[in-house]
Design a protein around this ligand. Structure first.
Ligand code: SF4
Ligand code: SF4
Ligand code: FES
Length: 479
């Protein structure tokens, strides 16, 4: 450890820390664009300058690349530092379009924040701004606005150091410099590409999904867990704030997922997620099943529950296929209400989609279900040949969740089916019970390493559907 001084206060730091790291660890604020705690140091934006006091006058230098040394004295907000940051911002915005009014980053943009804090004055340049590409198609997912880019190289370093696709670089020199993808399409196929949207400190990298969809201050994040694989990355699901609900326009916009961003979690995913999590709306906004059914005909939920109870009471050899998307709470509720009544097997609700990356050494795991670990701690897995799970005499099968081929069900057995989505199998069950989805309830998943993560409800439960946890209690209460 070394002791040095920030703004006159003694600070303890590790020998190998930079002034930036030590300052942040001790609660001192230093602005930064190009520095990122999970990327290498490039030191190109110069906004992080601090003043080093020394006999004979001292100097100003960047904090992100300055090692701490014993007894050094650093000022983070002196007049000299503020003037240098003002000059730096004049330089960074020399060719910047300042089109914040139409920029998706507005409200989350550090260039806006630092400009307000340190510059606050119009450009002193009398030259016309150099224009660059406004809507360069970086990939099918991302549009690049080169005029807004401040060439911090965070996106380039991300593809070199994290996703390892080496898919982005800088072409040309000086004020003609442009971020461009490499020609072999590596960025298009980078399953982590959307992280560059988050780490871009300005509005240069734009999500096509989110482009001009909402101002970020109309939205709020709800902590959640990506169900896309057994890693269980923690995410924020962004949706419209109650106070900004639309009254006249399409009401569905008030209950939709506007975007998904990483929720930093050192124990699971660090600050990153893969693109599958960004696309959670494609999973959660599929057509929903909202109507209970008896033999394919609409029924009241209460009547369907009564029928399911009767089937369970009458069964001699019932089998249950347990969902690997059920929360820890739902699994416990199932086990305590019905776990001994049924012979239980855990099924994979989701399997890898054609062409989907199966596994890598960043985050992606091969099991595409979020809670297999917790389900398997209670029940054995469904055999590869699902038919072998049904012994002769199986007279009732409870299927919880999607992904099971009904053709594998034993002939003549009654079927109770719990599912959240509008799918053809629903009408083939003797009793169909529609259930809520993850975005409508709170709970926990346990990932493949045994780490438990919480998710919270974003939206109200659909009318006509039940929470599986309450449903299991109701079904078990009959015996
Ligand atoms: S696009 Fe964004 S992250 Fe990439 S260099 Fe430009 S400002 Fe930095
Ligand atoms: S690695 Fe798995 S859990 Fe994490 S974001 Fe991707 S699909 Fe979701
Ligand atoms: S943050 Fe230090 S030079 Fe950019």
């Amino acid at each position: 450890m070394v002791e040095f001084f920030i703004n006159g206060q003694p600070v303890q730091a590790d020998d190998d820390q930079t002034v930036m790291q030590a300052a942040r660890a001790n609660g001192f604020y230093i602005p930064y664009f190009c520095w990122h705690p999970h990327l290498s140091v490039h030191g190109n934006c110069r906004i992080c300058v601090v003043e080093v006091e020394a006999d004979g006058g001292g100097w100003v230098d960047i904090a992100c690349n300055m090692p701490v040394s014993k007894g050094m004295r650093v000022l983070t907000d002196s007049d000299k530092v503020r003037q240098r940051r003002k000059d730096t911002l004049q330089f960074i915005t020399l060719n910047h379009p300042v089109d914040c009014g139409i920029c998706d980053k507005a409200g989350e943009c550090t260039l806006q924040d630092y400009h307000f804090e340190y510059n606050g004055s119009p450009s002193v340049s009398r030259d016309a701004k150099v224009h660059a590409t406004k809507h360069f198609p970086l990939s099918e997912r991302i549009v690049l606005d080169n005029e807004r880019c401040i060439l911090c190289t965070r996106c380039v370093r991300f593809t070199r150091e994290v996703s390892k696709t080496h898919a982005l670089g800088i072409q040309q020199r000086g004020d003609h410099s442009l971020i461009r993808p490499v020609e072999d399409g590596g960025f298009e196929n980078d399953p982590y590409s959307d992280n560059v949207i988050d780490i871009c400190p300005v509005g240069a990298l734009l999500s096509r999904q989110f482009l001009h969809k909402a101002r970020v201050w109309y939205l709020k994040p709800t902590p959640s867990v990506c169900p896309g694989c057994e890693r269980g990355c923690t995410v924020n699901i962004w949706h419209r704030k109650d106070e900004w609900k639309l009254k006249a326009l399409d009401q569905r916009q008030n209950a939709r997922i506007d975007r998904v961003t990483p929720l930093e979690n050192p124990a699971v995913n660090g600050p990153w997620i893969c693109n599958k999590a960004r696309d959670l709306a494609q999973i959660f906004e599929r057509a929903r099943a909202e109507q209970a059914m008896l033999q394919g005909k609409p029924a009241e939920l209460a009547a369907a529950i009564d029928s399911a109870r009767a089937l369970i009471a009458a069964a001699r050899q019932p089998v249950a296929l347990v969902s690997s998307w059920g929360s820890n709470e739902e699994l416990v509720a199932f086990n305590s209400a019905l776990g001994t009544r049924f012979t239980c097997h855990v099924k994979a609700d989701w399997r890898p989609a054609p062409g989907e990356r199966l596994e890598d050494d960043v985050l992606i795991k091969p099991d595409k279900n979020p809670n297999t670990a917790a389900a398997r701690a209670l029940f054995p897995a469904l055999p590869a040949d699902a038919r072998s799970a049904f012994r002769p005499g199986t007279d009732l099968v409870l299927v919880w969740g999607e992904g099971f081929n009904f053709a594998h069900l034993p002939t003549g057995a009654k079927i109770i089916y719990l599912n959240a989505w509008l799918q053809p199998e629903n009408g083939h069950a003797d009793v169909f019970l529609p259930i809520s989805v993850q975005t409508e309830r709170s709970g926990h998943y346990t990932n493949f390493q045994g780490t438990v993560s919480a998710f919270e409800a974003c939206f109200a439960k659909k009318p006509g559907v039940a929470d599986a946890e309450a449903l299991f209690a109701a079904l078990g209460a009959t015996r």
